[in-house]
Design a protein around this ligand. Structure first.
Ligand code: FAD
Ligand code: EPU
Length: 339
């Protein structure tokens, strides 16, 4: 199935709920459709391209004057299994949390801590989604897609995806060039639970037995208690990454701010909690017009209704500046700003 439009309304296609349009929009459900569409529409080859999933990590500050490609390939397929593992090839159009639910219901471990992250499977590899002590890079075997430059389809092994915290080759060298069509994951038949993040273990324990279903339920409950539901209040999750800085610099900061939450990142680097720093700058719950900072999580910027992308972007820049002035730390955006 293909759908193609011009001057396409994107308000329902970005979780910030920004009222914006795309010059051209193309959605497809089978890999061959994209090559066919590009062969027929040669005039589109020179337009800027934006690959769009559910738009849950996007901020549109202008209309997009180019071609939006929305891969919506369905399907979860077991391709291989051995005594301990199952390999799943999953279409990029599958809703991420439907995959987590599928895995949990099959008793397969490895992605349960990533419950309720919005978006599609296609985007999961792009920013190496992570939560509650787990990152998807450890479960990805390979990522398949169509390279718009060479018009060929190929798979990239996980080791070549250059995954790091909220980053990958798809956000850099292959940005807006490699249209992910499917991702292969390796999950465990005999799961080892990862419960070291904050008080996850004790929270799961309250449900009785520690198992995949109870971990999923607990993660969902914790997330619902602090993150705004995009169906109710527009947002794109954490607006900034948690900064990773030299441990020596982190120690200096901790001398001044001993309560600043921090975690070892590598041998020489430390990750700081950006939400804490933004809160300390007085932004938590701030609102100007319809643009604001979430009342329960200062790392999340929100659209209460009719904020423009520009208003949210400007607010984010003020926040970034004040964190820099107070802590001397530069916040890097996690959200993709378009336009
Ligand atoms: P989009 O926002 O549409 O796109 C994101 C990026 O991926 C863009 O660069 C886009 O060009 C690219 N892309 C999308 N699909 C493809 C494809 N098929 N091929 C190539 N490139 C593609 N993220 C976390 O990591 N952890 C969290 O805990 C988390 N919590 C969130 C909570 C809320 C309430 C919200 C709104 C967001 C949260 N996010 C979180 C961010 C977001 O859910 C993820 O980044 C998600 O993977 C984005 O999926 P999407 O389909 O909406 O992608
Ligand atoms: N904190 C505050 N004030 C705030 C927000 C947070 O003091 O307003 C403190 C918390 O008390 C805690 C620490 O900061 O001590 C960390 O907070 P939290 O556990 O809520 O997580 P986070 O670091 O703010 C990250 C991810 C989230 C992910 C959670 C859970 C990033 C940029 N964000 O948030 O991912 O769900 O951990 O693992 O790494 C996303 O990427 O969109 C996202 C939501």
């Amino acid at each position: 199935m293909i759908r193609s439009y011009s001057d396409f309304q994107l308000r329902k296609h970005n979780t910030f709920g920004i009222d914006t349009t795309a010059k051209y929009y193309f959605e497809f459900t089978e890999t061959e459709d994209l090559a066919g569409f590009l062969a027929v529409n040669k005039d589109l080859h020179n337009w800027p391209v934006l690959i769009l999933g559910e738009g849950s990590n996007m901020l549109f500050v202008n209309n997009f004057n180019g071609l939006v490609i929305h891969p919506n390939i369905p399907g979860i397929r077991i391709t291989h299994e051995d005594r301990n593992h199952v390999w799943l090839e999953v279409g990029s159009g599958v809703v991420w949390d439907d995959l987590v639910e599928y895995a949990v219901s099959m008793g397969l471990g490895g992605i349960e801590n990533l419950s309720l992250i919005p978006g599609k499977v296609g985007a999961a590899a792009v920013q190496n989604i992570g939560a509650y002590g787990m990152e998807i890079q450890y479960r990805i075997v390979s990522v398949t897609g169509i390279d718009l430059l060479t018009q060929t389809e190929y798979a990239i092994d996980a080791a070549d995806c250059l995954f790091t915290y909220r980053d990958s080759i798809f956000k850099n060298q292959l940005k807006d060039r490699f249209v992910i069509t499917a991702t292969t994951f390796k999950l465990d038949k005999f799961p080892e639970y990862m419960l070291h993040y904050a008080d996850l273990e004790s929270e799961v324990g309250k449900l009785g037995e520690i198992n995949l279903r109870n971990i999923r339920q607990t993660v969902i409950r914790i997330r619902e208690s602090k993150l705004p539901d995009p169906k109710v209040i527009g947002n794109a999750g954490s607006f900034f990454k948690n900064p990773v800085i030299e441990s020596s610099k982190a120690e200096e900061l901790l001398n001044h701010y001993p309560n600043l939450p921090h975690y070892p990142a590598t041998d020489e680097k430390t990750k700081l909690a950006a939400g804490w720093m933004i809160e300390q700058c007085g932004w938590k719950g701030f609102r100007r017009g319809d643009a604001g900072v979430h009342t329960k999580q200062a790392l999340v910027l929100v659209n209460y209704g009719n904020a423009t992308g520009k208003e949210i972007f400007e607010l984010s820049e003020e926040i970034r500046q004040s964190v820099n002035e107070k802590f001397g730390v530069n916040l890097e955006r996690e959200v993709n700003v378009i336009g």
